[in-house]
Design a protein around this ligand. Structure first.
Ligand code: AKG
Ligand code: FE2
Length: 421
């Protein structure tokens, strides 16, 4: 049967109106990028009570695929699928609720994540593993390892890479170089290399009873150090854990592209000599609970609601690569095409993900300040004055890397809401 005959057969079956047949046809149409028709068919199957279709329909609504995005309506359909017994729907409800925008951030987040963990849903395993990774109790460290291992067994390459690092380094566990090298060989056969070395930053371990999940820990206040008042620059060490840093690198690495910069004349992103790194932005469709938790930690430290954040960008600079002096606020005219209602870039938070052998500091020339990369260290700075006007003194640069590689995560934070869930 060729592809078209197969589709015709699916259409014939769907004609009967049977929900599983509608679902199968919709899924085939998604693969063919016929999204609007897929959306309508998933809706019909969802309305007829099919839980899988309810999840797919809700996901399309959440991301605006084949339709206008509508996070509130997505939540309604995830709730129906959850009531029909789907822990995956519960996971998505927890993901939406953690953003605190389309659903309230309530205690059900933890319950739902645990439920999805018990159902072996890999994104939930990853999120819970990274949460337990921050807790001092040895039982929680064991839980973290078990969850990463389970994720790896289920084919989650990110979990496998994180697990291999901990095993190889004996980080919060007994070093198992043989098991680590076997796992790395397995990953290498899929073309996946080892992660860069990330030293464990000092941070206050999470004070949550052993075995318990408290996902909203990401919002807890951190100890910011004022480095300069004008321009306003703050830093905090250990904002992210070694596992968080590795998570960001592992997610970005396969998708890196030459960085682009907004051309001040046209307002369009283009590759320019002032910024020679490679980077990957996290598309909302790829944003799972663990990635969301890391970003919430960043926005909370920056004192800006999560909804104001543009998409996370992870950058990689090789020797000689740099981001020459620039300001992060967007030139008037370039906002129009990208959520003008969200206003300009009020503030930026960058987190270094590894140690750079030499070079790669972030320099603020007006303040006479250079911030050294250290894994988990964040630098937060204002791009606008309190009255919303551009602060020309916010000029800054990513100095050229001299030796080693520099990995960095940047969130640009707008004046108003940019995301809807
Ligand atoms: O690489 C750095 O240190 C600075 C990065 C930066 O300025 C940016 O991402 O906007
Ligand atoms: Fe910048």
């Amino acid at each position: 049967m060729n592809e078209d005959t197969a589709l015709l057969e699916l259409r014939r079956q769907a004609h009967t109106g049977s929900p599983p047949a509608l679902f199968r046809l919709a899924s085939a149409l998604v693969v063919r990028h016929e999204l609007e028709e897929a959306f309508t068919l998933h809706r019909r199957a969802a309305e007829a009570g099919l839980a899988n279709a309810q999840i797919e329909y809700a996901r399309m609504l959440m991301y605006g695929v084949g339709c206008e995005a509508d996070a509130e309506l997505a939540a309604v359909w995830f709730l129906r699928a959850e009531m029909a017994g789907s822990p995956i729907a519960g996971y998505f409800l927890a993901l939406i609720a953690l953003g605190g925008q389309a659903l309230p951030r309530d205690g059900r987040i933890n319950e739902r994540v645990m439920h999805a963990v018990k159902a072996d849903y890999p994104p939930a395993l990853r999120a819970a593993a990274l949460h337990f990774a921050r807790k001092a109790h040895p039982d929680d460290q064991r839980r973290c390892m078990q969850l990463l291992e389970r994720g790896a067994d289920l084919g989650d390459a990110v979990a496998a890479r994180l697990f291999a690092e901990r095993l190889a380094l004996g980080e919060n566990c007994k070093a198992q170089p043989f098991a680590a090298s076997q796992l790395r060989q397995q990953l290498a056969s899929y073309g996946i290399g080892p992660l860069p070395r990330v030293a464990v930053p000092d941070y206050v371990p999470l004070d949550v009873p052993a075995g318990e999940l408290q996902m909203d820990d990401v919002l807890r206040p951190v100890d910011l150090k004022l480095q300069s008042a004008r321009p306003r620059v703050l830093t905090v060490d250990g904002l992210l854990s070694a596992d968080d840093c590795r998570l960001l690198i592992a997610n970005a690495e396969p998708r890196l592209q030459r960085s682009q910069t907004i051309d001040p004349n046209t307002g369009k992103p283009v590759p320019l000599e002032i910024r020679t790194s490679r980077d990957a932005a996290v598309d909302p469709i790829l944003e799972d609970m663990a990635l969301r938790a890391v970003q919430l930690r960043m926005t909370a430290a920056a004192g800006v609601p999560f909804s104001h954040a543009e998409h996370l960008t992870v950058l990689r600079y090789e020797p000689g690569q740099e981001y020459r002096p620039h300001r992060d606020y967007r030139p008037p005219g370039s906002i129009e095409g990208d959520r003008p209602d969200a206003g300009n870039r009020l503030r930026t938070i960058c987190v270094y993900l590894n140690d750079v052998e030499a070079g790669g500091e972030t320099e603020f020339p007006i303040a006479g300040l250079r911030v050294m990369p250290r894994p988990g260290r964040a630098v937060i700075f204002d791009n606008l004055h309190p009255d919303g006007s551009p602060d020309v003194d916010s000029l800054h640069a990513g100095l050229p890397v001299e030796r080693g590689v520099k990995w960095l995560a940047t969130l640009w934070l707008r004046q108003g809401p940019y995301r809807n869930y």
